[in-house]
Write a protein that binds this ligand. Structure first.
Ligand SMILES: Nc1nc2c(ncn2[C@@H]2O[C@H](COP(=O)(O)OP(=O)(O)OP(=O)(O)O)[C@@H](O)[C@H]2O)c(=O)[nH]1
Ligand SMILES: [Mg+2]
Length: 924
């Protein structure tokens, strides 16, 4: 609880982070004790040019200005060129915490805008303010507020938004800005795993700043808002001023009851950003006729950065309200008048739209998707549409009378090749070349909406850009748009068919999330990597490959170490055996295994022995990682010598006896010499097989679209829909879910859970700390039970992946399935003519193999278990994780299930599921 001092001054303090485990460093609060603050000087009056966006701060000073104008509007946006499309909304007060809560390189804000609650406020009268970053504004988007304040040089120099790190993080705050309370995010670039986020290291510095800002409570606005004029008239234009709620509670507490802290779950007002705890939200927001807004904010436009969350219900509301209410509120939130995009926020070809133009754009047959405030270019002839300065993102309906004429530099192309007056980008030029368009001599093309093109000034059509087979795929690879349907010969658009047949979920849910989990060793990382290789045009970046290379090399050293340890053991055993024989018969030689008295086939020379001992010692001390990449340079020749040594080869032959050696090690060990060279470059297959490439207990996320099939060059509606949908595969390790899977709550917005089981686990055992040995399949089952019954996943679809079928098929022939107690009633009736993996492929035999029967049996077991726990049906898929086609089929099956779910809410699943609960309906 925040202690109140005698004079009623409140302060709060930073708490250690206790939330879910995350794949980056956690911010630490480091209080400092300084007594002054950075000051923004107020200038009398400046007229900003209309389209210029400037960083603006509220100069609340310990001077008379502050008291004269306590309600200054203090929002502004900061162009952040290096931050992609990010801009900040700043609010600064003398005691404010300056926080940079989102790093430009982070794909998602890790701190969801709530980083600032470590604020130590003690001016009592004023709430602390924050600098917040939103991600939905373009560089050039205009300020939403009318601001007539100048940022003092001093402060603007602090706020170096162009750099990736806040300057504040690199200056000595105590010296330079002794009065400031500063926190910033530093990004450490030592992230090894490209799938994780960059790890932000946040340092907080804090002070007890109580000088000069004697709070004057009475000057606060009655309704608690910073901007109480919500629309200002500037010249001939309406400018919307952001309403900002102010809480008198401590930072991070509920704006109504002032209880809780930044970790308390809260619902946010879409207009003023007020945050309410679950006890207060319904009172503060009432019946929500315009969605999640405080009652006092109804009728006001939403805070634009929150546009992306329109219609996306929070967990809290889902808990507090019933389904129907939630749906109605979300619908109102998306559709009500007040929440629509203000036309003047959208610039097309350099001109702001008026209301009619926005209506035309939004209601055309093929409208721009996910339109946000910002600057766009539009080629009215071809329908190509994109963000200003960028390549085209979409082909929308052509010939719409919106915006100004297109500019040559609209997409910042530098190719000297023009399409309809716009200089195209390099990637478009590449596409044209692949489409067989002759681009020599800096041509100017005239391209129509159907892709037919002519050279400017000529009459005859030279061809169709998108007409060639495979162009859809090329464009998908180059992330370039294709028209959703070619126009017919009369030039009339027929793409409406497509637009109309796009189901609602295409519009509403842009990202469909699949959560991939499984018990340890079940193959989740393999499936994740496989998906990356399958669906990403460039699966791994250069940096990722470099890190993966080190991981693989370090793995190989690890495998070698295990081999060398085995060699030691085998040598000892051999020597002991020799001794025994010698003691019984002194004169008899030890046969082929020795050439001298203390030599066996497992013995190595002293130099290799010294290297071996060093390697084992390094491994035991856990320092193996630390010796890279120097180790590869230094020891590659020794490794080569060692690997070729007869003793090591003899040990390798007995690798089945080395328990620690994973089966995948053979794949790498046999190429140890090549892999441990400095110039080694891992192939995709190497990466697939490599252990430790995905983060071991953190999260790994993959955004992808299912690629369109390359073969058909017809416009397939189904295919196009698929290409439009974005999916996210989230892989999380069992360890990362915490005790009782408590962090599963974080994944309540996923569309489906894919649970992975290693079929080969049935004869494997794990010994726990008490020495109790448990069958791995039972452990996997237990984990499955806790996930499917987790409250977060009520009504969730589950796809069970029975993985490692290749190994299973082979194992079940040797080891009976009944090794696992759960499978003790597996008594397959096996046809004498049954096929198995070794059977002659020419013989026509439809009876399933033992492996297939086992897989079917296992699927039924899990289905019955699932059904008894949830009353629902389980989808299953038998997979060979190392085979791309197999993983592709399973993930496409997941896509189909999601589709059925969207299209047919009351659909009976049994007829489509791969296996019914009855064994008789099995079809492999
Ligand atoms: N033969 C075969 N091996 C597989 C298959 N799937 C995974 N593996 C191997 O099984 C081992 C474990 O797979 P991972 O993908 O690392 O499993 P995981 O679930 O991520 O395991 P942890 O993260 O260690 O809990 C690796 O050596 C994989 O190469 C498969 O279908 N067939
Ligand atoms: Mg893994």
């Amino acid at each position: 609880m925040p202690p109140d001092t005698e004079d009623g001054v409140q302060y709060s303090f930073a708490l250690e982070y206790t939330g879910p485990p995350v794949g980056y460093d956690i911010p630490r609060a480091v209080p400092i004790n300084v007594s002054k603050i950075p000051v923004a000087a107020v200038v009398s009056h400046i007229n900003f040019p209309r389209k210029i966006t400037l960083p603006v701060v509220k100069p609340l000073l310990p001077s008379s200005d502050t008291s004269k104008n306590p309600n200054s509007v203090i929002t502004g946006k900061i162009p952040g060129k290096d931050c992609g499309s990010e801009e900040g909304v700043i609010t600064v007060s003398p005691t404010s915490v300056i926080e940079r809560a989102a790093d430009c390189n982070l794909q998602e804000s890790v701190f969801s805008g709530e980083l600032s609650s470590s604020g130590l406020l003690n001016d009592g009268a004023r709430s602390s303010s924050t600098i917040e970053f939103s991600d939905s504004f373009d560089d050039k988007s205009r300020d939403e507020s009318l601001l007539k304040l100048r940022v003092s040089n001093e402060l603007s120099s602090i706020l170096d938004w162009e750099s990736n790190e806040s300057v504040l993080s690199s200056v000595d705050v105590d010296d330079e800005y002794p009065s400031s309370r500063v926190s910033s995010v530093k990004v450490s670039n030592n992230e090894v795993n490209g799938e994780g986020r960059k790890a932000p290291v946040v340092t907080f510095r804090d002070i007890e700043s109580d000088d000069g800002v004697g709070g004057d409570d009475t000057s606060d606005i009655d309704d608690g808002f910073e901007g109480n004029e919500d629309f200002l008239e500037e010249e001939d234009r309406v400018i919307r001023v952001k309403r900002e709620a102010r809480s008198k509670g401590k930072k991070g507490s509920c704006y109504r009851c002032f209880k809780g802290n930044r970790f308390t779950e809260k619902e946010v007002c879409l207009v003023c950003d007020a945050k309410y705890c679950s006890n207060c939200v319904l009172r503060a927001m009432g019946s929500m006729p315009e969605g999640r807004k405080c009652v006092t904010c109804i009728g006001f436009p939403i805070d634009e950065p929150k546009r992306g969350s329109l219609g996306k219900c929070s967990r809290m509301l889902k808990r507090l309200l019933n389904d129907l209410e939630v749906r109605q509120i979300m619908k109102a939130e998306k559709l009500c008048e007040a929440n629509q995009l203000p036309p003047e926020y959208v610039y097309v070809n350099g001109e702001p739209l008026c209301h009619e133009e926005l209506v035309i754009l939004q209601n055309c047959l093929n409208p721009p998707k996910k339109m946000k405030p910002g600057n766009y270019w539009y080629d009215k002839v071809s329908g190509l549409w994109g963000k200003e300065g960028q390549k085209p993102s979409q082909v929308i309906s052509p010939h719409l009378n919106v915006g100004g004429p297109i500019k040559a530099n609209a997409s910042s192309g530098n190719t000297q090749v023009f399409i309809n007056g716009r200089e195209i980008t390099k990637v478009e030029l590449r596409m044209l070349q692949l489409a067989g368009v002759q681009c020599a001599g800096n041509p100017h093309f005239w391209v129509n909406e159907d892709g037919s093109y002519q050279e400017e000034g000529q009459k005859n059509t030279k061809g169709y850009i998108w007409g060639k087979a495979g162009m859809k795929l090329v464009c998908a690879f180059l992330s370039l748009p294709v028209p959703s349907k070619p126009s017919n010969s009369c030039g009339e658009q027929v793409n409406s068919l497509i637009s109309r047949s796009v189901p609602d979920y295409l519009e509403q849910r842009t990202l469909l999330k699949l959560l991939l989990v499984g018990y340890s060793g079940s193959g989740t990382s393999t499936i994740f990597k496989q998906a990356k290789i399958l669906y990403k045009p460039v699966p791994f970046t250069e940096d990722e490959r470099e890190n993966i290379k080190l991981t693989i090399q370090s793995n190989v050293y690890g495998y070698l170490g295990i081999l060398l340890e085995g060699r030691d053991r085998f040598e000892e055993e051999s020597l002991a055996a020799m001794k025994k024989v010698r003691s019984t018969d002194e004169t008899e030689a030890i046969g082929s295994t020795s050439n001298t008295k203390n030599q066996t086939i497992y013995s190595i020379g002293p130099r290799l022995k010294a290297f071996s001992d060093w390697l084992l010692k390094t491994m035991v001390s856990g320092n193996l990682e630390a010796i890279f990449p120097a180790a590869t340079r230094e020891y590659a020749p020794l490794v080569e010598e060692l690997w070729k040594d007869a003793a090591v080869q003899a040990t390798y032959k007995r690798r089945n006896e080395l328990e620690m050696l994973p089966s995948v090690s053979s794949y790498f060990l046999e190429r140890a010499v090549e892999i441990l060279r400095t110039d080694y470059e891992p192939s995709d297959l190497d990466i697939l097989y490599a252990e430790g490439v995905t983060s071991s207990n953190g999260l790994a996320c993959l955004d992808f679209s299912y690629p369109q099939s390359a073969s058909d060059d017809k416009y397939d509606t189904e295919d196009l829909h698929d290409a439009l949908l974005r999916y996210q595969l989230i892989s999380v390790h069992a360890r990362g879910l915490g005790e009782n899977c408590k962090w599963l709550e974080m994944f309540d917005d996923v569309g489906m859970v894919i649970f992975c089981v290693a079929m080969t686990d049935y004869d494997q055992f794990t010994v726990d700390g008490n020495g109790t040995s448990t069958n791995n399949m039972m452990l996997s089952r237990k984990f499955f039970e806790s996930i499917v019954t987790h409250p977060t996943f009520e009504q969730m679809d589950f796809l069970l992946i029975l993985n490692k079928f290749d190994l299973f098929e082979e194992k079940i022939e040797r080891v009976p399935l009944t090794q696992c107690d759960w499978f003790d009633d597996f008594h397959p009736v096996i046809s004498r003519h049954r096929s198995n993996s070794n059977s002659n492929s020419n013989s026509i035999n439809t009876s399933p193999s033992l492996g297939q029967l086992g897989a079917h049996y296992m699927a039924v077991k899990f289905k019955r278990l699932y059904s008894s726990l949830t009353g629902r049906k389980l989808y299953t898929s038998v997979v060979k994780g190392l085979e791309p086609d197999s993983v592709d089929a399973a993930l496409k099956y997941a896509k189909e299930i999601l589709k059925w779910d969207e299209e047919k809410p009351n659909f009976s699943l049994s007829e489509y599921s791969m296996y019914s609960t009855e064994a008789s309906s099995y079809s492999p």
